[in-house]
Write a protein that binds this ligand. Structure first.
Ligand SMILES: [Zn+2]
Length: 122
């Protein structure tokens, strides 16, 4: 909402990556999410625990697996992770990964640009 001479940029700043939590957000008014400690079940919290910025414990577990486990993951492997909240509460999650398709675009150069092939042409 724009009030008086206050522009959108004056109010929110600009969109940028936060240098602390890595979130893409407005530079003004941004607050980093809380920090959770996440580690694989059976490992040592003090040695293997990773600090993860997240909005809740479940997101922290997902973020941890996406960022840290993904590279070494074997599909269908079952993970259990422990999450310690900023207030010290411990949660345990079983994690299931799934493959997600990733698309790459390669432009087709040998087609007629004279004709409109799309169905939505008016
Ligand atoms: Zn931040």
């Amino acid at each position: 909402m724009i009030i008086g001479n206050d522009s959108h940029e004056d109010t929110f700043g600009k969109m940028d990556w936060c240098k602390i939590c890595g979130q893409y957000d407005w530079t003004k008014g941004h607050q980093c999410p809380p920090v959770f400690t996440v580690w694989e079940y059976g490992m040592d919290e003090d040695v293997d625990g990773k600090k993860v910025f997240a909005t809740d414990a479940e997101r922290a577990a997902e973020k941890y697996c996406t960022n840290d486990v993904y590279r070494e993951a074997e599909w269908n492997q079952y993970y259990e992770v422990l999450v310690r909240t900023p207030t010290g509460v411990l949660h345990k999650y079983e994690m299931n990964g799934e493959m997600v398709p990733e698309f790459t675009a390669s432009e087709v150069t040998h087609f007629s640009k004279e004709k409109r092939n799309d169905q939505t042409a008016g």
